[in-house]
Design a protein around this ligand. Sequence first.
Ligand SMILES: [Zn+2]
Length: 430
Amino acid sequence: MVMFKLCVATIIFFVELFAYTSAAYQGKFENFQEAVKKESVEDKISKYLKKGSEVSDHFLVTENQLFMFATKIDKLNKNPEFVLRFGSRQAPKFFVKKSLHGLRVAIDPGHLGGRMAFIEERFVDMSLPDNTRIQFDEGTLATVTAKILKQYLIAVGAEVLLTRDEPGKSVYTLSFDAWCAKSFAITSDRDWLDPKKQQVAIDYLKNHSPSFMLFKSEAPEKRLTSIIRAQDASAKVVPLKKALFRLCYNSLDLNARAEKINSFKPDLTIIIHFNASGGAHDISAADYNLAFVPGSFLDGELKDLLSREEFVRLSLSDDIKESVKLSRAVVKNMEKMLNVSTMKNSQYQPNGTIFVENGIYCRNLALTRLVHGPICYGETLIQNNPEEAVLLSQKDCEIDGVSVSSRLKNVAGAYFQGILDYFEFNGQHK
Ligand SMILES: [Zn+2]
């Protein structure tokens, strides 16, 4: 018995020693050691973080500790890469500024838009019943909205970072074309038609595509098949460009956005997207608003160390709680100021999300996972709803000398009022 106890003690000691000496996590969560209670971690994991059953292969909550494991085998072998000791020491406090002056707000206008809208597959091109053709793109709408929101925030003394401010321009240092030139030596339209160069890009796709995508239309295999089955070299160009953008280049750009935002150290982050239902040419009868917050890790989404670190941050910090508060304020103002209802279906995209409350869903997107602090990832309005499309495509006001839709002013106003409400200010947006 004594022998057994000694053994257990040795194992525990060894396990803890391993955790302290592991290069992983690099002391990132020292502030949380002995400052977080078991119940709080368990609550966050079960309520917001764990969607896929394989997520459990990477963590273990015991009476006194949270263990993280790189693999299922490491868990079986009790070989953790990180250990958090529970305790009731004073936890790091979430700091809420009392004044808007100096409030640091990061704004990320989703996608690229402009000349990249077709390749990134984020545009609307529809014909109304009276044959009116409507064309616009999400990246441009998001850019304009972000610029208006920036103006509102600067006027009340906030410091604002826009990750990008020009349609078509990425945040990643290389443009899509420059990245293709560097990666596959494709520098011209003629190069894109060269079967040998196409093959280099197809091989790259095979080796670098993510193994899992939530939506079937995004599935790497489906995209690869459509490229391979295309009749000739010229028919391969567009699906090849789209696949390279969606499955490879897009993550480089999203990572660059997250890095830019985190190094700005914002008090809160707004990610601006406009929603759509179906394809670019479809018409949707519905129109609604919602927002994504961090969480909802699916099977396979804790395979890399960085994701596991973010999982730990989200299970220890107040980031999800504050993101829900911020998003609640934004979604409420979207409904009020846009006169469009909040999505109330708890089964919205049920394979990928966790329903928090009306209009708010946890979803493990690159930016909800990588951006630190309170975040509202807004998915406003259904762009391909016919009445909405008319409103969004009208050019009835001017921003920076460009004619845009006044609907975007309302969207920016709702984000702005949402931020004020989150901080419980009474300022009135005009
Ligand atoms: Zn979007």
